[in-house]
Ligand binder design. Structure first.
Ligand SMILES: NC(=O)c1ccc[n+]([C@@H]2O[C@H](COP(=O)([O-])OP(=O)(O)OC[C@H]3O[C@@H](n4cnc5c(N)ncnc54)[C@H](O)[C@@H]3O)[C@@H](O)[C@H]2O)c1
Ligand SMILES: O=C(O)C(=O)C[C@@H](O)[C@H](O)[C@H](O)COP(=O)(O)O
Ligand SMILES: [Zn+2]
Length: 366
């Protein structure tokens, strides 16, 4: 088993990664059991993994209660949040109790936020089952739902007590979802690890095709990178954690245009967003055009969108910039932007003019 730590003082926790770990979750979580049934929240695509998890809890003598939600981004909503919090309150969940989030980033973000606000905070456990959640969303404590005005606009920082990652759960994940999660893997290479991007170019196709070693390696490297960044800037105050937002200002705008629907998955928006961030950096003379072309080529080669056209977005630059004005990084009316001086050389630029970004977007092929 690989165990990585997210070092946050009193809020520190471990992330355990091992094939088959789901079947040992009961033993791993037994120290957190209170004698009352442990609540598990999941979505309806996870019946088989839920059954495995419950068997492992039964074997460890832990009773469970289960809430099954509809799958998809639409569940990151006020209505579903109310459903989760009412369900937890009906079960008499106390502040010291642990709620298990079994699923992808949607379940993790939603349940994490419910736990952040339930009785002003109860504990939770992340058992991520998508590649995206295993490499990114289950670690770091960003929790949220979406608002009419945009993505993740209602949320809180709330760290889990433990994260259990079983790469074998990815065996049932549809290929499109694997590819979308892979975009966040590539992100770590583009941020500050050019060698890892080269690793992605060599191993990405096998990872997507199901190579368990490549998947486990990518998960461990991604979690280590995220834990290192989060430990330095837990609440995105210094600019360090903002690096994890590479491609997201563009990506969230594209997701908003697609109505936060299956038309464009989060990871697909991030892929197109990263390609746009590199193209914009290259256009401004900050980044070698060859690096920008290399990023786009790799994303294309694994079937991810490399820009507006591939993402199916036809909106004007002004409309997209309008979405960006809701970005949580806005400061005094300006939007700090993640740009790149090259592969592995992402930085936060505080002098970007949104009108210039809009004009750049208008020049992109539709
Ligand atoms: N908190 C963070 O730091 C953070 C980081 C990245 C993304 N996110 C958020 O995560 C969300 C996207 O997460 P996601 O890509 O995991 O999407 P998701 O949770 O919607 O899961 C994708 C789909 O896969 C299904 N699924 C999950 N696990 C499965 C499995 N093992 N086998 C078969 N089907 C399975 C789900 O039911 C769903 O239909 C977005 O809302 C995004 O904003 C948050
Ligand atoms: O953990 C972070 O910090 C990230 O930015 C990770 C992102 O991949 C993730 O999509 C996050 O939810 C985006 O955060 P937001 O603050 O832009 O909503
Ligand atoms: Zn993301």
């Amino acid at each position: 088993m690989t165990t990585l730590s997210v070092a946050l003082g009193a809020r520190s926790y471990d992330v355990h990664i091992e094939a088959g770990l789901l079947h040992r979750a009961g033993t791993m979580l037994a120290p957190l059991a209170t004698g009352r049934p442990m609540p598990i929240v999941t979505d309806s695509n996870l019946a088989d993994h839920l059954a495995s998890l419950r068997r492992s809890f039964d074997a460890a003598g832990i009773a469970t209660d289960v809430l099954v939600l509809p799958p998809g981004e639409g569940s990151k909503s006020w209505a579903t949040l109310e459903r989760v919090t009412d369900w937890l309150l009906d079960r008499g969940v106390e502040r010291g109790d642990h709620v298990v989030a079994l699923g992808g980033g949607v379940i993790g973000d939603l349940v994490g936020f419910a736990c952040a606000i339930l009785k002003r905070g109860c504990r939770f456990v992340q058992i991520p089952t998508t590649l995206l959640a295993q490499v990114d969303s289950s670690v770091g404590g960003k929790t949220a739902i979406n608002a009419r005005a945009g993505k993740n606009l209602i949320g809180a920082f709330h760290q889990p007590s433990i994260v259990l990652i079983d790469p074998e759960t990815l065996d049932t994940l549809p290929a499109r979802q694997v590819r979308a999660g892979y975009a966040e893997v590539v992100k770590y290479g583009l941020i500050d690890d050019a060698d890892f991007f080269t690793w992605c170019e060599g191993n990405g196709p096998a990872l997507i095709d199901g190579d368990i070693t490549a998947r486990a390696d990518a998960i461990a490297r991604s979690v280590a990178a995220k834990a290192r960044i989060v430990a330095q800037d837990e609440e995105e105050r210094s600019g360090m954690r903002a690096l994890l937002n590479l491609g997201h200002t563009f990506g969230h705008a594209l997701e908003a245009e697609a109505g936060f629907s299956d038309r464009l998955l989060h990871g697909e928006g991030v892929a197109a967003g990263m390609a746009l961030a590199f193209a914009y950096s290259a256009e401004r003379g900050l980044c070698p055009p060859s690096d920008s072309a290399r990023v786009a080529a790799h994303l294309r080669s694994v079937g991810l969108p490399d820009g507006l056209k591939a993402a199916g977005i036809t909106a004007t630059g002004d409309v997209l910039a309008g979405h960006m004005r809701h970005d949580k990084k806005m400061e005094g009316g300006t939007l700090p932007f993640l740009l790149a001086r090259g592969i592995g050389r992402t930085y936060l630029d505080r002098r970007v003019d949104l009108a210039d970004v809009a004009a750049f977007l208008d020049r992109q092929p539709r």
